[in-house]
Write a protein that binds this ligand. Structure first.
Ligand code: MLT
Length: 236
């Protein structure tokens, strides 16, 4: 039977197997929700980079550039990290370069996987349908926050385990933990996460509407997949 594993933070990635595995990277608040939305609204590609300098270089080469640090837009870049920013005509057909505090770093660290997919609650069902057709083991890489574990990405991992549990064995306790957490919280994720640290961070910045948006399940059928250095859309 195929296995599903969960890595709670990129700082623990060295303990997990990426080779011969499909990695689903999740940064629910907000990088991967933002990427999924961008593809749903017609972006052509997103090149995730780890640093602001790399993002600036791509901007100079003509990319629309998005840079976020500590949940704020970095000065000098066109786009931020809110899904609502990408519901815009200038996004259609654009090649975007993006750097975020945790999400893009997690993607760049997963490069040696068989495939790197971008996951969020927004495209959960699309990811599930795709994975069921694949023969590889799966690992969910939670982007976390600066090396720390967070609730929202762990809940996403649990949701994926929940929907795949008939076709994948849970590799280790991290998958069981994520699954049990999701089972506890799934009926009202917003109240379950009321004190989560990134929710408090976003609320302090007045970014409430992104929270409810990013927790919606199964809105889009797109799956961003890493091809070379860029994410492109794989319709399922
Ligand atoms: C990240 O990559 O850490 C996040 O997307 C932060 C944010 O909410 O802007």
């Amino acid at each position: 039977m195929k296995q599903i594993d969960v890595c709670f933070t990129p700082d623990l990635l060295h303990l997990h197997t990426v080779e011969n595995t499909i990695v689903v990277v999740a940064d629910v608040f907000r990088a991967t929700s933002c990427m999924v939305t961008a593809f749903a609204y017609g972006v052509n590609s997103i090149t995730p980079v780890a640093t602001i300098d790399e993002c600036r270089l791509l901007q100079e080469r003509g990319y629309l550039a998005a840079a976020e640090r500590n949940a704020r837009k970095v000065e000098g870049f066109e786009l931020d990290n809110s899904p609502f920013t990408y519901m815009d005509d200038r996004i259609r057909g654009a090649n975007v370069a993006m750097t975020t505090t945790n999400g893009t770093l997690a993607i760049t660290k997963s490069r040696s996987a068989v495939k790197v997919l971008v996951g969020s609650f927004l495209n959960l069902d699309a990811i599930v349908r795709f994975l069921k057709t694949e023969r590889y083991d799966v690992m969910v890489l939670c982007a976390g926050w600066k090396g720390r574990v967070n609730l929202e990405d762990t809940l996403f991992a649990g949701a994926l385990v929940e929907r795949l549990k008939d076709s994948y064995a849970m590799a280790e306790d991290s998958a069981i933990m994520a699954w049990r957490l999701y089972a506890q919280g799934k009926d009202n994720l917003i109240s379950y996460m009321a004190n989560a640290s990134h929710i408090r961070r976003l609320q302090r910045l007045g970014i409430q509407k992104d929270i409810a948006y990013c927790l919606q399940h199964d809105l889009y059928d797109v799956i961003p997949v890493l091809r070379g250095n860029a994410l492109v859309s794989m319709e399922v």
